[in-house]
Design a binder for this molecule. Sequence first.
Ligand SMILES: C[S@@+](CC[C@H](N)C(=O)[O-])C[C@H]1O[C@@H](n2cnc3c(N)ncnc32)[C@H](O)[C@@H]1O
Length: 223
Amino acid sequence: MRLSKRLKAISEFIDNNDKIIDIGCDHALLDIYLCNEFDNIKIIASDIHEGALKNARNNIEKYKVQDKISLRLGDGLSIVNTDEIDTILISGMGFRTIKDILSNTEKMINVNKIVVQSNTDVVKLRKFVIKQGYKITREKLVKDDDIIYTIIEFKKGKEAYSYDEIYFGPRLLDNKDDLFYEYYSKKLLKYENLLLQLPKYEVKSKLHHKKLIRIIRRTLIIK
Ligand SMILES: C[S@@+](CC[C@H](N)C(=O)[O-])C[C@H]1O[C@@H](n2cnc3c(N)ncnc32)[C@H](O)[C@@H]1O
């Protein structure tokens, strides 16, 4: 089965004994792939849209993994019991939706691991999940169809982070690879152009962008 580079990279954050809920599974291709990779895995694949779940059901039957995946229709964590999961997987959604889903803390008492790939506001995502009582244990950038995505693994626990660590990702800063330089060079260019276009009265926004430009330059070691 062929999986996109993005979903393949997300799959590498999953372990054999994880009790997973994949929220917003859509086609469930990631879950089917995981079932083929791991013998012990149990997955609840959920989606808020019936059409998506129908697609998922067809794929699950096609690949004959019905015994390992339980399909559920509904919003976020509402369709799960606390003792059924210890790992949350969310990918391909925006930060606001992810934040709503991960605000249901009553359902997260046994959740030790959260793997997230948000399409927007990765910095806000880091701040929010840390506030929920998790620390950042792994991060990876992946380029798929010319878009660079950030995948973050959180585990229960506390860790203090600097401004730069929240902005760039502490684990990405630990190990800056070529994609890191590509990703933040592009951001730097974007912010420099934006700064030139911002009108004088946008004082706050100008200051904010100047700060970002400064820290990106410092991190990429550009004079
Ligand atoms: C763009 S798809 C991403 C599919 C897959 N996770 C991926 O990364 O390719 C987002 C899916 O999330 C579902 N979704 C959006 N909000 C949701 C929510 N609150 N609870 C469950 N599913 C949701 C949508 O119906 C859609 O199928």
